[in-house]
Ligand binder design. Sequence first.
Ligand SMILES: Nc1ncnc2[nH]cnc12
Ligand SMILES: [Zn+2]
Length: 355
Amino acid sequence: MCNSKHHQFLQELPKCEHHLHIEGSLSPSLLFRLAKVNNIALPDSSIDSSFASIEALEARYERFTSLNDFLHYYFIGMSVLINASDFESLAYEYFTRAHKDGVHHAEIFFDPQAHTERGIEYKTVVTGLVAAQVRAERDFGLTSKLILCFLRHLSAGDADVSYEKAVALGHFSDGTLAGIGMDSSEVGFPPEIFREVYDKAYAAGIRRTAHAGEEGDSTYISRALDICRTERIDHGIRLVDDEALLKRVAKNKTLVTMCPLSNVRLRCVTKVAELPIRKFLDEGVRFSINSDDPAYFGGYILDNYCAVQDAFSLSFKDWKFIAEGAVEGSWCDDGRKEALLQKVQEWAGRYEGKF
Ligand SMILES: Nc1ncnc2[nH]cnc12
Ligand SMILES: [Zn+2]
């Protein structure tokens, strides 16, 4: 956790998290514990010594070479999640930590296909996650939403099956799910592969986002916006390579969900200072700061905020703009947005002129 004294104002800044893969919050210790109780065989340490111990696995996480290198461990890790109670423990652990870091509202990705393809029912996953959401709201006042993601290394037909399953259970209409997203390997799997399912969601008034411009070039962003009609862009760091597109994203107030420590761990940039944060602020691009897969990337949301502050020394005005933009770009109702904006206002009252 970020313990830096001068970042107390960031701990207190009311946060919304929009880019968090719940499976990516599976800590090595919970991973080993669940592997044991659920009797799941992890890779033999004579084949991959990373699984010899918690420490060895943590050390391997510090050496990811790319998105695909990380995804290999991400999919093995989640294989220990079997029962609804496992998903509940995972999500409640995340909410507990997020609350400590000053998160008041979280919109959480999950990857149903990664579970159904190994025999875990969609309903089991959602039951566990919803139970944790209810507890987090009761215990911490932390509101949350679920976003169903499609794995882009699987086919459009597979994505459609996953989407229709959620539709059949009424999960979009009853508010269990806030929208759809697209994740996993980016390069070679452009957004338009999933055009049909995104068209269906658009027609049904379901919210849409997609990972784009993480490892892929800026055309992944424009294709997500133009062809899949996404309302947000996840990562979006390659936006800087297309000035006209960047101006359009700023003008339309499209939320870009940035993940600084993830981008460094996956070698999209060599350091946080390389990210286009100053440029986004100067151009009025609305963005939020998020943890992506905190158990794999060496930091939760506050660590990401602090890393940004260390790299850019942002002003009070910059942070207020970020916090308000994160609220306004959230997929919660207007009443909740009002309450969140009020919290930001209270924070501003405490900190205006102090840094
Ligand atoms: N950073 C990331 N990019 C794409 N897919 C992911 N799934 C989990 N984390 C991801
Ligand atoms: Zn992500």
